[in-house]
Design a binder for this molecule. Structure first.
Ligand SMILES: [Zn+2]
Length: 907
């Protein structure tokens, strides 16, 4: 008896101890009706990488078994996979979920909801917790962890869990990027052995191009929150905004050598997020997670590497909306089921990785629930502070003027509207005092035209508005995880101002996204159809016309027809060289493209060149090949792919770099070499073996467009296709370049036409000697900072643009470009420097040292050189960036359509 009692006691003690030590089953009692991972999938957490359809099926099984779980579809990926939100809360909360949502939504607008009402809502309403797993598809452990989290919440019968579900609504996005993760999972499965090979050089530990990180179009969805260029993001933001969450955690993985990162985040932090209130919350979450990790002896770090600067991340964007947004990183992304860490530290398994995400998911949720009332109150307080800060700002209003191509302003406004930002329109022309434009000019007073868009910073999303529209974020650090500048007026290329209120401004709210439809205007008797080169819609229309085999010409000089001025680059569709029923086709395509076309009755222009002039040039239908796969950078290729396919309707053949050598190049008349993942030497490795075939193809009339590394391939010291020299900003890259040139076989070189630079003065020599000594004697620990300073991590720079050149048709004479540590292209004296950095005042926004600004002064951003009967067009950096930097897209589009256009007699 006594013995039996002891045995029972032992059993109880044992199971209690087990419950405490097995972090996977933190509860004492689980509902057997709810399927475990093992029961449903055939393996426990971390037993395998679960494909998307099985992940999805598991959540549906949970929903079928538990009244706590509901699966709500919120969209589809580009490859057609379903996107779901799994809503987990108590059955009582599910029964009143619409009321909960409505109550929390009232916290969104402190102008309508009083403090007393907000306090009452905070006291009585569950907190909304939003956990996003797997935004980077090859950081594959978090989607496994999410299933375990959902199981715990759905099945645990412990009182603590019931209380948890009573006080919160937990939203699980089980897989933010299904297309990317499926690419990873299937890639892994296709090379894995019967049992895991933990050797870090095993095939199953390394992915094939383009890797599972990105979505279908090879965009990084963790850079897209604010721009919503991808359909996955647009769907997610709609779902997110419908719930108004107070917490958002984005689950990631980093290199296998690292442990685990959670809040507090690293510096720099956007000024509006660098507040005592948010620091308090980062501390609360940091402590909760360190306690949970210490309990199990898991290693971690905080406050390093993952900053809060760029507003398009899955932490900063939710923060700017009032939630606490955080990025959690587990070491071991991209690895297989088991990976032996260097120096025999241990074998890291998928189970280890998923388990840690599981632990932080619960600890972070519980910290939120424990501080539920405060979290809800601070959510309201953040949005209230945004209104107040806006009211007090001398630059309270942003004005977007739809001058020139109004589509740019409309697109910018639509991006703001989709985030819930309030936008108004001026009903009448208004005088505004003390305005600053985005080129740094101050205007004592200015008339802002009717129809201009006005964005008031004094709104609940005022901090988000400021982050997106201010000219330059405040910089206090030299380390950045991503770009340091993104100001939308630069990116969109719109006329914009910041300043105070207009006198008696008549403001009308913009309530729906702006759409546009093109048209054909003008007479019955038609000699030709003409349309201006200025709107970006004209390129979309041109692409569609050429695709439909309609013959289109461009005028290298401006002309006036039907009382309208058509600038150089404007487009002409003559009746003479086109088939009958032209009118109907032009109308159909113009409407679709959003372009306005004018039917004109005579080839005789009112001024400028006539429509049959020699200065009106026939446009060849481009047959485009874009080189992709290794060594091309996946996302740099993806930006172009997405822009061509989704924004402009430009057809092309994607061709693998390794297949270019075997391809019949005569099938194409435009070949684009996008940036590689390094300094351009990847191209030499993969296509260098083609010998002179590519050059011969250019000589015979081809247009080669080289971007960044692709441009360097075409440089004098690389393939020798052009006369262009290049350098690098960072010391290490520059030293490698000098070494590369030293060891390269000497070629006969024509001497430069430039006179040699004058020898440095005594004073300059002395200064250089002192700088060199200071460098030699610097402290070891300072070297890291020095390296960071050498970089240009995404700054906005000013270029002068020669818009008389075909490459800049339809554009202004200044252009803001993004520089992401791009190489320096020296000005060509053989060709045309179409976009170049001015001697001084290069920086518009973001981080760049004065030394680097100086190095970039009077160097090229975009240039063209004639090679035989063809042309090489070179870009220092990618003019197409992340689906939102529309201002520079036009350069690449012009390169395709106008790349061969010349004025007769002029090269
Ligand atoms: Zn990641």
């Amino acid at each position: 008896m006594r013995l039996r009692f002891l045995a029972v006691l032992c059993l109880i003690t044992f199971s209690l101890a087990f419950a405490q030590t097995d972090p996977l089953t933190p509860s004492a009692k689980y509902d057997p009706a709810v399927p475990t991972l093992e029961k449903f999938l055939g393996y426990k957490l971390g037993g395998d990488f679960t494909p998307h359809h099985q992940l999805t099926a598991y959540y549906h099984a949970l929903a079928a078994a538990s009244p706590r779980v509901k699966v709500e579809p919120y969209g589809k990926t580009a490859e057609g996979r379903p996107l779901n939100l799994v809503v987990i809360t108590s059955p009582e909360n599910h029964a009143r979920i619409a009321d909960i949502r409505a109550a929390v939504a009232r916290l969104n607008d402190p102008r309508k909801t009083s403090q007393a009402d907000a306090d009452a809502i905070a006291a009585s309403t569950p907190v909304i917790i939003y956990l996003s797993y797997g935004v980077h598809g090859n950081e594959a452990s978090s989607a496994e962890a999410a299933m375990q989290v959902a199981y715990e919440l759905a099945a645990s019968q412990d009182a603590a869990n019931l209380e948890r579900l009573q006080n919160s609504v937990i939203l699980i996005d089980p897989l933010v990027n299904p297309d990317g993760r499926e690419r990873f999972v299937q890639g892994y499965r296709s090379v894995k052995g019967a049992s895991p090979v933990s050797d870090r050089f095993a095939a199953e530990q390394s992915e094939r191009w383009p890797s599972g990180r990105f979505n279908h179009y090879l965009f990084d969805l963790n850079r897209d929150w604010t721009w919503q260029s991808q359909q996955e993001t647009r769907a997610r933001i709609t779902a997110y905004r419908a719930w108004s969450p107070q917490l958002h955690v984005d689950y990631h993985e980093m290199g296998a050598g690292s442990t685990y990162h959670f809040a507090p985040p690293a510096d720099p932090i956007l000024e509006s997020l660098n507040t005592p209130m948010l620091r308090k919350w980062f501390d609360i979450y940091g402590r909760a997670n360190s306690q949970a990790f210490d309990r199990h002896g898991f290693r971690f770090f905080t406050k390093e590497d993952y900053d809060l600067f760029y507003p398009g991340f899955g932490d900063s964007w939710p923060l700017l909306n009032g939630a606490v947004g955080m990025t959690f990183e587990q070491g071991g992304g991209r690895a297989g089921l088991a990976l032996e860490l260097p120096d025999n530290q241990r074998v890291l398994t998928l189970y280890d990785r998923a388990l840690r995400h599981f632990v932080t998911s619960l600890a972070t949720s519980d910290a939120t629930i424990k501080n539920r009332v405060d979290r809800l109150k601070d959510y309201y307080a953040f949005r209230k502070a945004a209104v107040t800060a806006g009211e007090q700002s001398p630059e309270r209003y942003a004005y977007i003027v739809p001058s020139g191509d109004s589509e740019r302003a409309e697109k910018l406004v639509n991006v703001l509207l989709r985030q819930g930002i309030e936008v108004h329109r001026l009903a009448a022309e208004t005088d505004v005092a003390r305005l600053t434009d985005y080129w740094g000019l101050k205007h004592a007073t200015r008339k802002v035209p009717a129809g201009s868009y006005v964005i008031d910073m004094a709104q609940p999303l005022g901090f988000l508005v400021r982050a997106l529209l201010e000219r330059e974020p405040k910089l206090e650090s030299t380390f950045f995880y991503d770009v340091t500048a993104w100001s939308m007026p630069y990116a969109s290329g719109v006329e914009a101002y910041l300043g105070g209120a207009g006198t008696k401004a008549d403001l009308r709210p913009v309530t729906a996204p702006i759409t546009r439809k093109g048209s054909v205007e003008g007479g019955q008797e038609v000699a030709a159809y003409v349309f201006s080169s200025e709107p970006i819609a004209s390129v979309r229309l041109l692409a569609a016309l050429l695709q439909a085999d309609i013959r289109v010409y461009t005028s290298t000089r401006g002309f006036k027809q039907a009382g309208r001025d058509f600038p150089a680059g404007s487009l002409i569709i003559p009746i003479e060289t086109n088939p009958p029923q032209l009118g109907a086709k032009v109308r159909e395509l113009a409407e679709k493209a959003g372009a306005t076309v004018y039917a004109v009755s005579s080839g005789r222009s009112e001024s400028g060149v006539d429509l049959g002039s020699n200065r009106v040039r026939f446009l060849r239908k481009p047959k485009i090949a874009i080189v992709m796969d290794s060594p091309v950078s996946p996302s740099e290729y993806g930006y172009i792919w997405h822009a061509f396919e989704q924004q402009y309707g430009v057809p092309f053949t994607p061709i693998k770099a390794e297949n270019l050598g075997g391809a019949d190049l005569n099938s194409y008349n435009v070949i684009i070499l996008p940036p590689d993942s390094g300094d351009g030497r990847g191209y030499q490795r993969v296509i260098g073996g083609m010998g002179s075939r590519l050059t011969d193809w250019v000589r015979n009339g081809g247009v080669l467009v080289g971007i960044r590394g692709g441009a360097l391939f075409a440089a004098k010291k690389r393939s020798g296709m052009t006369s262009v020299n290049f350098k690098f900003l960072s010391r290490a890259a520059e030293e490698a370049r000098i070494e590369e040139e030293r060891s390269a076989p000497k070629k006969d070189e024509t001497p430069s036409s430039e006179p040699p630079p004058p020898p440095p003065s005594k004073e300059e020599q002395e200064k250089a000697r002192a700088a060199s000594l200071e460098r030699k004697l610097r402290k070891y620990a300072d070297k890291e900072k020095e390296l960071q300073k050498e970089q240009v991590p995404g700054a906005i720079l000013k270029t002068n643009l020669d818009n008389t050149h075909p490459l800049a048709y339809g554009m202004g004479d200044q252009l803001a470009v993004l520089n992401n540590d791009a190489p320096i292209l020296e000005l060509t004296d053989k060709g045309d420097n179409v976009a170049y950095f001015p001697k001084e005042g290069v920086k518009l926004s973001g981080f760049i040292t004065p030394e680097n600004e100086k190095k970039l002064g009077h160097t090229a951003y975009a240039l063209r050189e004639r090679v035989g009967r063809g042309f090489v067009i070179m870009f220092a950096d990618n003019p197409v960036f992340r689906g939102f930097w529309d201002a520079t897209d036009r350069l690449l589009l012009n390169a395709i359509y106008f790349g061969r256009v010349t004025i007769p007699g002029v090269d």
